[in-house]
Design a protein around this ligand. Structure first.
Ligand SMILES: [Zn+2]
Ligand SMILES: [Zn+2]
Length: 135
């Protein structure tokens, strides 16, 4: 459902698309951010560390751009919704209430994966449990 040429939510680059262990992900070649559609973080959480090596590699870019200040309204790259910062484990992720996609800044993937792996629940149910989104 994701349209072509998604622009990064944190900088002005167009996101690259890669298929990692059967999961299609959109990532920013400039700031190392990662856009995941609904359910994709859970899918990545079932893959082995080896299968995710390529993803870690492509996200390991040196940031060329400063991140957007947190009070800026960020439009969802996949729908008409807006992204909202919510707490997910020990990180803050940008979450879309409409399409339930999420954005991970550079370096946040490991924490996000760990959270879904440890809890064995979807991102959505964890956010609902934490009172971060409506059920
Ligand atoms: Zn970017
Ligand atoms: Zn959305």
């Amino acid at each position: 459902m994701v349209t072509e040429n998604i622009v990064c939510v944190k900088c002005t680059n167009v996101l690259d698309r890669s298929t990692i262990a059967g999961v299609e992900v959109d990532h920013c070649p400039s700031c190392g951010g990662l856009w995941l559609d609904r359910g994709e973080l859970e899918k990545l959480g079932t893959r082995s560390a080896e299968e995710l090596t390529d993803l870690k590699k492509i996200l390991g870019v040196d940031p060329k751009v400063p991140p957007v200040p947190d009070d800026t309204t960020i439009h969802c790259p996949a729908c008409d919704g807006k992204l909202r910062e919510v707490r997910f484990g020990n990180i803050l992720i940008d979450f879309c209430d409409s399409c339930r996609g999420l954005w991970l800044d550079k370096g946040e993937l490991d924490s996000g994966l760990k959270k879904v792996q440890e809890e064995g629940k979807s991102v959505e149910s964890l956010l609902v449990l934490a009172g971060q989104i409506a059920g």
